[in-house]
Design a protein around this ligand. Structure first.
Ligand SMILES: Nc1ncnc2c1ncn2[C@@H]1O[C@H](COP(=O)(O)OP(=O)(O)OP(=O)(O)O)[C@@H](O)[C@H]1O
Ligand SMILES: [Mg+2]
Length: 243
């Protein structure tokens, strides 16, 4: 196999994520194909924070799920730090997701029967850390997202914004390289959403992440260095309105 290395011959850093001619069509129950993504060449460089916008149903979640190895493309290639994702086994993919990729979703999947601290500790326990150590790291992560005072609250006892803070802390607990956030503010009011985006942008900088935020909201996209618009299965750089 001819895998790229992290640094090429001229010493340039390779992108964290790269797609080549990525395509995705869903096979519907009536055997029709629903084309969604069509020949996407995309690159996320180390340290970049980018937004992906686009109307509902255009394929943003599909794209993010493929980048994070949660779904397979029907065409093209995906490289994570130069490694071909499609060449990995399910077990290798699960390990990469657990250690290198942090996910934040629109619908916050916290486990209801666990406390805030326990929810954050779960990825560490899955990665093999002892429970007490995992919980003590989770308490630190709670401080970073301004939620230590709620460490023993269960999700139902937290507001939507507070739950999303816990979800952000959980996404980052394994110190991933790549953060994928799918409409992290989608279910929050504008002001709460803005504080979540500011938190993500701050953690992005502080932890040296490479991050993609999917959002409907152009104001949210302004917190990112670059924005893309998804349209007709393609991604285009989006310049936004002047002024
Ligand atoms: N598992 C699936 N099987 C069949 N079609 C699917 C499946 N998942 C998504 N789709 C279709 O693919 C298209 C893109 O869906 P996707 O969820 O990626 O859109 P989106 O841009 O994230 O939309 P939204 O902004 O509403 O979240 C939609 O038309 C959807 O119906
Ligand atoms: Mg979506």
């Amino acid at each position: 196999m001819n895998e790229e290395k992290n640094v090429n011959l001229t010493g340039q850093k390779l992108p964290v994520i790269k797609t080549e001619q990525l395509g995705k069509a869903y096979l519907l129950p009536d055997q029709q194909l629903l084309p969604v993504l069509n020949g996407i060449d995309f690159e996320l460089k180390a340290g970049e924070l980018v937004a992906i916008m686009g109307v509902s149903g255009v394929g943003k979640t599909t794209f993010l799920n493929i980048l994070g190895g949660l779904d397979h493309p029907t065409e093209g290639r995906v490289y994570f730090e130069g490694q071909d994702l499609l060449a990995k086994s399910e077990a290798e993919m699960a390990e990469l997701r657990n250690k290198k990729i942090g996910f934040v979703f629109q619908f916050i999947y916290l486990l209801p029967e666990f406390t805030a601290a326990e929810n954050i500790a779960i990825p560490l326990i899955i990665a093999g850390l002892d429970k007490n150590q995992a919980l003590s790291q989770a308490r630190q992560a709670l401080q970073e997202v301004g939620m230590d005072h709620r460490h023993d609250f269960r999700p139902a006892q937290l507001s939507g914004g507070e739950q999303q803070r816990i979800a952000v802390a959980r996404a980052l607990i394994n110190e991933p390289k790549l953060l994928l956030a799918d409409e992290p503010t989608g279910n929050l009011d504008w002001k709460t959403g803005e504080t979540i985006i500011k938190l993500i942008a701050e953690l992005h900088r502080r932890k040296g992440l490479s991050s993609i935020i999917v959002t409907h909201n152009e104001k949210i996209a302004r917190f990112c260095q670059k924005s893309y618009l998804m349209e007709s299965g393609q991604l285009k750089l989006f310049e936004g309105e002047e002024g």
